[in-house]
Design a protein around this ligand. Structure first.
Ligand SMILES: N[C@@H](CCC(=O)N[C@@H](CS)C(=O)NCC(=O)O)C(=O)O
Length: 219
């Protein structure tokens, strides 16, 4: 059976988890707890010498990189087309977003999580303001470049692009920051992704909600 190495605190791992739950692809989860350093073991290094999650092992085929993994699974297991369309132009739209994602949504949302959750307090206000300004540019582009006149990032239905994006934009919630607070268009998109993925969305994000609630309880 397909083995999936992940930690739900990781954004790309959550995207993968949601896809697996929505499609029902048979799999076995192997949790790699990043906070315990389980990604630094010799066993895990043999799977991914870069020591990063997610990784999937499908028979003797080992694959890293969430973007490649999501697309591989949809194709290999004949998941519903909308996740990664076969028609060339529609597929190219998903590839267009996922190519852009790794230099935009991912680093810019993740920086807030690093500054507000991972690094010891107090938060460096100058770096935080710079990160917020960079994320603002990304959010503007998500609205005008991708969501323009369509309900999901790459068309009329949810795709792997929406999963990768929404999981990054949820990450700062661990520090009790909703980056879409003043963005009604993106909030409506997030609600559509949430509705399209059902229980899988909240299950994948339970760990983030718990971090947010613990933080609120401390204040
Ligand atoms: N480009 C990779 C990024 C994977 C990645 O950065 N994973 C992080 C968690 S979000 C990780 O495993 N970090 C552990 C480390 O760098 O030590 C993907 O999309 O799969």
């Amino acid at each position: 059976m397909l083995q999936v190495y992940l930690d739900l605190l990781s954004q790309p791992c959550r995207a993968l988890h949601i896809l697996l739950r929505c499609t029902g692809i048979p799999h076995c989860v192997r949790t790699v707890a990043l906070r315990k350093g389980e990604h630094r073991t010799d066993e895990f290094s043999r799977l991914n010498p870069e020591n990063k999650v997610p990784v999937v092992v499908d028979g003797d085929f080992v694959l890293t990189e969430s973007d490649a993994i999501l697309k591989y699974l949809v194709t290999k297991y004949n998941a519903p087309e909308h996740w990664y369309p076969r028609q060339p132009e529609r597929r190219a739209r998903v590839d267009e977003y996922t190519a852009w994602h790794h230099g935009n949504t991912r680093p810019h949302a993740a920086r807030l999580f690093i500054l507000e959750v991972l690094l010891p307090p107090p938060v460096d206000e100058e770096r935080l303001n710079r990160a917020l300004a960079q994320l603002d540019v990304t959010l503007d582009l998500l609205e005008v470049k991708f969501l323009r006149r369509q309900p999901f990032l790459c068309g009329d239905d949810v795709s792997v692009a929406d999963l990768l994006a929404v999981c990054e934009l949820m990450q700062p919630l661990a520090g009790d920051r909703d980056v879409l607070q003043d963005r009604p268009q993106l909030q409506r998109w997030r609600s559509r992704v949430q509705a399209a993925t059902g229980d899988a969305f909240d299950q994948a994000h339970a760990v983030l909600y718990a971090l947010r609630d613990r933080r609120r309880a401390r204040l």
